[in-house]
Ligand binder design. Structure first.
Ligand code: PMM
Length: 269
């Protein structure tokens, strides 16, 4: 059965829950609530990857995430650290994180693969073509799913060369990262090509702009698409992803996606 990663963003400016969980206690309480809702892993991040977001620096990032990770680990919860920084990944693993979630797949920080190899943590590698400020400039593809699969394959080889066992890898096609609007749907339609790579597949559609775009086109006004509607869209894409056989989905609203996965599972069981 497809697992659920619950998102704990400890940032003032992330996609959708930015600012709400900056306070350590509130972030921990939010993580515990997501765990109670059915999250198997809590993915803790201290730097937004939102298009156009600024980098924060290791010191601030670690001040945000380490105390939160320590408390969630103390509560017995499997934790992943969402970071582009090798230093933050190392500190997070020392604090008890079991998985390093690197949306850049090792491209952003030259030290990352060595740190992960040494740490013994599992390594989630995303498809990525550059930092948030200019990521849409890189959104050029022949065929999106094929190109993403082949670049992820390169990242897998680089990880293996750095001494990370293939069994520790998780691959993520990086929905929204250097992909504009319709390219995300092309990628999801071609998910089989990502599945064929071999490792466990993680996918994150939660509340992303390409979902809001679909809902906005269906509406008379151009108003902001509510969180509740984006969560419903996320639950639906998560159910389709489960049907395609993905190992886990990364979401903000764990309860909604848990329900969608239960229904998808009842259909396919
Ligand atoms: N997306 C975001 C952040 N981290 N990690 C993985 N593995 N996959 C993703 O798609 C992904 C990620 C951006 O979303 P957020 O700021 O709402 O968490």
């Amino acid at each position: 059965m497809t697992g659920i990663w619950g998102i704990v963003n400890v940032t003032p400016d992330s996609f959708s829950d930015g600012g709400r969980y900056l306070d350590v206690d509130r972030a921990v309480a939010h993580g515990l609530a997501l765990r109670a809702d059915g999250a198997g892993v809590l993915d803790v991040g201290g730097e937004s990857t939102r298009p156009g977001a600024d980098r924060v620096g290791d010191r601030v990032e670690q001040q945000r995430v380490i105390p939160v990770i320590e408390q969630l680990v103390a509560a017995g919860i499997p934790v992943s650290i969402d970071t582009l920084s090798a230093a933050t990944a190392a500190a997070a693993v020392r604090a008890g994180a079991r998985i390093v979630n690197d949306v850049s797949g090792g491209l952003a920080d030259p030290e990352m693969r060595a740190v992960v190899a040494e740490s013994g943590a599992d390594y989630a590698i995303g498809h990525w073509r550059g930092f948030s400020v200019d990521m849409y400039a890189n959104a050029q593809y022949g065929r999106v799913a094929r190109d993403v699969a082949s670049e992820l394959h390169e990242r897998m080889s680089e990880a293996a060369s750095a001494g990370i066992a293939p069994s520790r890898l998780i691959v993520d096609p990086g929905i929204g990262f250097a992909k504009a609007g319709e390219q995300n749907w092309d990628l999801l339609r071609g998910l089989d090509e990502i599945m064929a790579l071999g490792p466990r597949v993680l996918i994150g559609t939660s509340r992303k702009r390409f979902l809001a775009d679909v809902l906005r086109h269906d509406s008379a006004t151009n108003a902001e698409v509510s969180e509740a509607r984006r969560d419903l869209a996320t639950a639906i894409t998560s159910a389709f992803a489960a049907r395609a056989g993905v190992w886990a989905v990364r979401v903000h609203n764990v309860a909604a996606t848990r329900d969608a996965l239960a229904v998808a599972h009842a259909w396919t069981a």
